[in-house]
Design a binder for this molecule. Structure first.
Ligand code: 3PG
Length: 305
């Protein structure tokens, strides 16, 4: 059995070593494709593998077709919008993610971005504090829950809206569960996005929704760029000079955002949320163990297709 790690954005070396240990202990072989620049390199690397571990790497129908022996793809992370589930299912390939394994890392970055934003990007002027501010967590999954835990330490008032989770999940954590997106945006000084990119959510953070936010509001995005309506974000920021947007996912219109709103917009150049040694180890080793469990015992826990 041959397992490929295909990561455009590599794991920390210590995580790759941990994955190797798991794979080799099962008697499998490990191959590594990191920092590839052409899709052809991925197509060549998958030709003879049984399993693939990926991050945000695109696994489309062409990649699945090129991987003749493929049995399983594990997305070492939460969001699997980068995998063509339909093509995988058609080819009899199992797809899994590793929920929760990198969520603390992402949640910590939310606060890194927020403090940077509300201290005016460290430009020397007086900023504001998180203490006493109303934080709105948009979708209460693994990352949202970690954000709530950390926000308590900052002394924030915490609200959340989740279209699928029952209110009791949030209330048990001391978080006020609100009944709609609109109510969340209307109530909170700061919104942290944790929605996945789905047909329903793509472009859903638009002018109308953002218009509900109070003066001096901040939006932090460590989720996906696709959930933002980028043209309407420009329109909104033009109409609201008090509003700040910080993101861990480079927008498609980054150059325009940078030029128009340099004093109240920031994006990391490459998604950094899950980029810690701890998150890489947790998600990478979970992925390796899930592959071994699937191939040796048919264990399908965490299957998403
Ligand atoms: C996830 O969905 O797990 C996060 O967005 C992290 O993505 P990455 O592994 O590409 O950094």
């Amino acid at each position: 059995m041959k397992v490929l790690i295909a990561t455009d954005k590599p794991f920390a070396k210590v995580a790759v070593d941990g994955i190797r240990k798991e794979i080799e202990a099962a008697g499998f072989e490990l191959a590594l494709l990191e920092k590839y620049t052409e899709k052809q390199q991925l197509l060549d690397a998958v030709a003879d593998v049984d399993a693939i571990i990926i991050r945000s790497d695109i696994i489309d129908a062409e990649v699945i077709k090129a991987a003749k022996n493929l049995k399983i793809v594990v997305r070492a992370g939460a969001g699997y919008d980068n995998v063509d589930l339909e093509a995988a299912t058609k080819a009899g390939v199992c797809v899994m993610n590793t929920p929760g394994q990198n969520s603390n890392a992402v949640a910590e970055l939310v606060f890194g971005l927020l403090v940077y934003a509300i201290r005016n990007f460290y430009n020397g002027t007086s900023g504001t504090e998180l203490k006493g501010k109303k934080l709105g967590i948009h979708a209460y999954g693994n990352v949202g829950r970690n954000v709530a835990r950390i926000a308590k330490g900052f002394g924030m008032d915490i609200y959340a809206f989740d279209a699928y989770a029952p209110a009791s999940v949030m209330e048990n954590d001391g978080v006020v569960a609100l009944g709609s997106e609109k109510e969340l945006y209307f109530t909170c000084d700061i919104i942290s996005l944790h929605i996945p990119a789905t047909a329903e959510t793509k472009g859903s953070i638009n002018y109308e929704l953002l218009s509900n936010m109070p003066k001096g509001a901040v939006l932090v995005n460590t989720a996906r760029k696709e959930v933002i309506n980028e043209a309407e974000m420009v329109k909104f920021m033009e109409s609201r000079p008090d509003f700040k947007y910080v993101t861990d996912i480079l927008p498609g219109n980054h150059a325009e955002m940078q030029e128009k709103f340099a004093a109240r917009y920031f994006s990391t150049p490459k998604k950094m949320g899950a980029q810690t040694a701890e998150a890489n180890i947790n998600a990478g080793i979970a992925a390796a163990q899930q592959i071994v469990g699937f191939i040796l015992n048919g264990d399908e826990k965490f299957r998403v297709n």
